[in-house]
Ligand binder design. Structure first.
Ligand code: AMP
Ligand code: ZN
Length: 769
């Protein structure tokens, strides 16, 4: 018996492809002997065997006369569970096939007397539904046909597992390609060597080419965008060669010459007989100088960045479709929030009147800058004091005209090991105890405490305040541990600094405790937040060298190197405080709390100390205004503190704002205290300028030169630039009329001095009446 498999689409002369079935193998090895595999095309199909699992159900036998051979197939179908029809004439065969769409057709081709098998084959092939049908022919040979049911059965099974499955696979492929054709993402398939095999209509729309212009072309033949760097192409190739998927942003050039930015995913598809690369091209942006969709008054030199998707074209009337694609873009979770915002604005621009679109252009320009929270100094701010304060407190470093010298300005904690013998709380000398009685008042005089404690106000005030807030109870630690901890921390403040010493820490702790007593603050925070805030205030400037971050960066100090010129001091204060705390069990206030509590507390402390870094000043203030003040002023009588408690992010914003305000509350203290603080900070700045000059370092804040500085001017600038807005916002939340009154008085004081051209802290005695 011989069986022929018909592949009409294969390039054989007759359209028949004959595959021998060897009799001898039938009994012993029938499953493996289905086809003679020396015909290369059949080998191609073998690879798909395992993939298609759908079982065939229908067979059509076209035999003019019933005989052993047709019976053999009939009973083989029966054994295999296939439904079988027999047709006796070409007409009934075609009719039956059109009705049932059998997967296998077996045509009797042994005798041309009854019908022409090739004719039948052609007429069946001419129907659309035969595209995936396997047609076999039984042809005569010098030996007898094989009518054994087993032989017929085996043949059918072989066909099912071979040709029929490959036809299923082809059918599935068609479905896949139909899906690709309808997909809104642009898809391109290239061979391993970058010859384009397929592009979908979305791709044609996106790139402006017809597929006929692309298929068969090598990618290198197409005009490339010069925006991709060589590194990117190397990276892509490395990924692909390893069989890994690559995703990222890639620039391509459209037929019209525009460069477009695409989010591309390239997936290698490794299969038999070669590999393919699938390029999925997601949303994209067009960079065009030549035309834009809408904006007429764009500045010539600005690049017009429009987001479009593969659904869009330059044709009019596609805005709604573009919008739906934009919606897809917005839902992409891998996008950074700022990208989403920009995309939303882009989409809103599409349907907006030109004035709105232009206003949104302005918004986009602002959003694309990285410094969203730092006000840009305009003409009104060209005051040298403001400039210097901003430069000195908010920028990392200044490039020196001279070579920067590397110095180590830090005197690590080695000089502070001598601790005074701990007192018990009842041992507190009466003069100290008496002073501390007034500790809850905003007008509490920290300098008096500094004097009576011999410059150790932090331990005493700390013990009193920590007791008031139940810190020992929360931490489950003894008063002795707490005292030892306060002593270690205080000892690591530099008493030689005129401003950043432990009196400043005590002052910030005092202000923090005062704020925590305010009803709305108390209502918004949990006990853990209170404890974290008090600890953060205590440690927030520990081991401060009396120099600014800019100075340390310019000087290439050890700390600046350690913290990569980023939040150098604040990182150091936090890290050192935790080292000092945990290295000795005697002062480890955290030793008795469980790991989870410790982690939460530690996180809150770190966050607060880092929030005191001035480069983030406007970010913290603006976030507070947007998330706390604004919703509060909009939601009339709602119980806002209960609302805040449910939102840890808002609690974080409040804690940051609280420590920031406590840290620079000195302009809101009673006049005499405010003046003292202004004198101290000025002295510290002067000392820095002196050292910068001595060492040939860049002078970070030239106005703070002891020979020329106007302290009133510097205070006016500091209040105008950093203090007023922040305390307005904090007062609107925490209700602090006393502070705001002091601030107004103090500001007036500095203004008066300035108007009288006085550069010092106070008027000379003769003007003082
Ligand atoms: P901190 O170093 O944590 O105390 O951060 C507060 C910043 O504000 C520091 O850089 C101080 O130098 C600065 N600062 C505080 N009070 C004043 C003031 N009255 N005048 C000028 N700068 C001040
Ligand atoms: Zn501070």
């Amino acid at each position: 018996m011989r069986v022929a498999v018909i592949f009409e689409h294969l390039p054989t002369s007759s359209g028949w492809l004959l595959i021998q079935f060897e009799n001898e193998l039938e009994e012993t090895h029938h499953l493996a002997a289905g086809f003679v595999l020396n015909i290369s095309h059949t080998q191609l199909t073998i690879g798909y065997l395992l993939i298609i699992t759908q079982s065939i159900k229908k067979v059509l036998l076209i035999f003019a006369k019933e005989d052993n051979q047709s019976d053999g197939f009939w009973w083989a179908c029966d054994r295999a569970g296939y439904r079988c029809n027999i047709a006796r004439t070409p007409e009934s065969a075609l009719e039956c096939f059109l009705d049932k769409h059998q997967e296998i057709i077996v045509i009797d081709h042994r005798n041309s007397r009854y019908f022409d098998a090739e004719d039948i084959c052609r007429s069946i092939r001419a129907t659309k539904s035969s595209e995936h049908t396997v047609i076999l022919a039984v042809v005569p040979r010098q030996f007898m046909e094989n009518s054994s049911i087993t032989a017929c059965y085996n043949e059918l099974v072989q066909i099912e597992h071979g040709e029929v499955r490959s036809q299923f696979k082809l059918r599935a492929c068609n479905a896949v390609f139909t899906a690709l054709d309808h997909c809104q993402e642009a898809i391109e398939i290239t061979s391993e060597d970058h010859v384009i095999q397929y592009v979908n209509p979305a791709f044609e729309r996106m790139m402006g080419y017809h597929k006929g212009e692309l298929i068969g072309k090598e990618l290198t033949e197409l005009p490339k965008s010069d925006k991709n760097c060589a590194d990117l192409l190397d990276t892509i190739n490395t990924f692909i060669k390893k069989g890994k998927e690559w995703q990222g942003v890639y620039y391509a050039r459209r037929k019209s010459g525009d460069s477009i930015q695409q989010h591309v995913k390239i997936t290698p598809v490794i299969g038999q007989g070669g590999s393919y690369l699938m390029h999925f091209k997601g949303f994209w942006f067009v960079f065009t100088e030549s035309h834009s969709f809408k904006c007429k008054n764009r500045r010539k030199d600005s690049i017009d960045v429009k987001s479009i998707t593969s659904q869009s074209s330059d044709a009019p009337g596609l805005q709604t479709r573009r919008y739906s694609s934009m919606a897809r873009i917005h839902s992409m979770t891998i996008e950074a929030p700022i990208t989403k915002v920009i995309n939303i604005i882009n989409a809103a621009q599409e349907n907006s009147p030109i004035t709105v679109a232009e206003a949104l252009d302005r918004v986009l320009e602002i959003l694309r800058t990285t410094e969203l929270y730092s006000p840009q100094l305009g003409t009104k701010d060209e005051d040298p004091h403001t400039n210097d304060l901003v430069g000195g407190l908010m920028t990392v470093s200044k490039i020196s005209k001279d070579e920067t010298t590397v110095t180590n300005v830090l005197h690590h904690s080695s000089g502070h090991s001598h601790l005074s013998v701990p007192n018990t709380i009842s041992d507190v000398p009466p003069c100290i105890a008496q002073l501390l009685d007034n500790e809850e008042s905003w007008d509490f005089n920290i300098f008096e405490l500094e004097a009576v404690t011999n410059k150790r106000p932090l331990v005493h005030l700390g013990l009193k305040i920590f007791a008031r807030f139940g810190v020992s109870e929360f931490l489950n630690c003894s008063e002795a541990t707490l005292r030892a901890w306060l002593q270690v921390i205080e000892a690591n403040y530099h008493s030689s600094n005129s401003y950043h010493n432990s009196t400043h820490a005590a002052d910030v702790l005092h202000a923090t405790a005062f704020f925590l007593g305010k009803e709305r603050v108390k209502g918004s925070l949990d006990h853990l937040d209170e404890v974290a805030a008090l600890i953060a205030a205590t440690i927030h400037d520990v081991d401060h060298p009396g120099r600014t971050n800019s100075f340390l960066c310019n000087a290439g100090s050890e700390l600046a190197v350690l913290y990569n010129d980023t939040a150098v001091l604040e990182s150091h204060h936090t890290a050192l405080a935790f080292q000092l705390t945990t290295k000795d069990s005697k002062c480890n206030i955290f030793k008795n709390i469980d790991r989870n509590h410790y982690r939460t507390l530690r996180q809150a402390i770190i966050d607060m100390v880092l929030a005191t870094e001035m480069t983030k000043h406007f970010e913290h203030v603006n976030k507070f205004v947007n998330s706390i003040n604004k919703p509060m002023s909009e939601g009339s009588n709602c119980d806002c503190t209960a609302n805040i408690k449910n939102f840890p992010d808002n609690q974080t914003l409040i804690k940051r704002m609280m420590i920031k305000c406590a840290d620079v509350a000195n302009p809101c203290r009673p006049l005499e205290l405010c003046i003292e603080w202004a004198g101290r900070i000025s002295e510290e700045y002067f000392a820095q300028t002196d050292e910068e000059k001595r060492q040939g370092l860049p002078v970070v804040m030239p106005v703070f030169d002891r020979n020329t500085c106007s302290i009133p001017k510097s205070q006016i600038s500091f209040i105008d630039y950093f203090i007023t807005d922040m305390f307005d916002a904090w007062d609107a939340f925490a209700h602090l009329p006393v502070l705001m009154q002091h601030l107004a008085n103090n500001y007036k004081h500095w203004k008066t001095l300035d108007e009288l051209k006085c550069k010092s802290l106070r008027l000379p005695p003769e003007n003082n009446n």
